[in-house]
Structures are given as C-alpha cells and as structure tokens.
Design a protein around this ligand. Sequence first.
Ligand code: MG
Length: 202
Amino acid sequence: MKIICIGRNYAEHANELGNKIPESPVIFMKPDTAVLKKNSDFYIPEFSNDVHYELEVVLKISKGGKYIQPENAGKHFEEIGLGIDFTARDLQTKLKSKGLPWELAKGFDGSAVLSDFFPKSDFDLKNLNFSLIKNKEKVQDGNTSLMIFPPEEIIAFVSQFFTLRVGDLIFTGTPKGVGKVDENDFLEAFLEEKKVFDLRIQ
Ligand code: MG
C-alpha cells in the first residue's frame, strides 16, 4: 500500500504558506509506516518543534490502474475518509529552502492519521464539508468545491507516473487554517456532521 499526497490543492492554504498556486498537482508520498495506529495518541517527534495538523479528504483506491482518464477515475475509488497529514513545518521549511525533498518532514512514523472509510455514494464529493476542532475550537473548515484539482484529475495525473493498486490512499490536500499542535491538545475531525476520529497529542 502506498500513500500519495497532494500539496497546495486549496488556494487559500497555498497563500497562507506563501506558495504560488500550482499549475499541476504537487505530489509527495508517505511510506505505509507513517500510518498512526488506530486509537493511538500522536507523539510529537523529537526532531521538530513545529508540527502542524493538515486535515484532508482521503480517497481509497478500489480498482488499480495506470493512465486512468479523468472521466473513468470515479470507477477507481468507492470509499472516502478523512486524514491528518502531520507535517514537521520547521524541517519542511529548511528542506524547501535548500530545494530538497520533503519526505523527512512529511513521512515520519505516525504522520498519517486515518478515519474509517465510508461509501462515497453517501456524500456529495463535489460539495463536501469537513472540519477540524482543536481544543473545542474550529481551526479548519474545508469544502471540496474549493479544490484546485478534484479527485478525478488527481487520479488521472498521478496514474501517469505511479500504477495505482487496490488499497492505495490519496490525501487530497488541506484547506486553510493549518497550525501547530502542542502536548495535550485534543483534535476532533468531522466529515459533514459526523465525527470520524479524535486524537490526543503527546
Ligand atoms: Mg497536506
């Protein structure tokens, strides 16, 4: 199983980090060891003093393929969920400034938090609300209508480079409002009105 992630897929989030709006999807990956065990706390790694949450809609590939056309991409995922793409922002900023890959800042153990997955037919994927509450305060409030590259285009793009297999996951990018986590923070993720996971920071 591989985890493919899209960066800068919401204009206001690109802006908040001082990045340009991309002309094609920005892609990076996390290893499968990045997945945080279900119901585990998240431990801030010792190499960072500035770990950010990024709440994202996650697609689960249900049918493999390569060179998938956008009009067929919907047949390649049946379920969606939410995830957090934890990012060591201080380390990422350092790597970016040197023109180096981001993986150390993005792919570390526990950096991929996942909810359960739900049939996409239960939702309007073109107009899906999702939100993150930190310590009872809403910090991210996203809607998939604001994606620069919608799921079909993401799948078409990445499958030109990577063969997609059943079970692969695609993190589709975070909306604005990213921020730091501190010890004892409590995060709660909502897909529409449904709470899909919560998480304690250690
Ligand atoms: Mg992200």
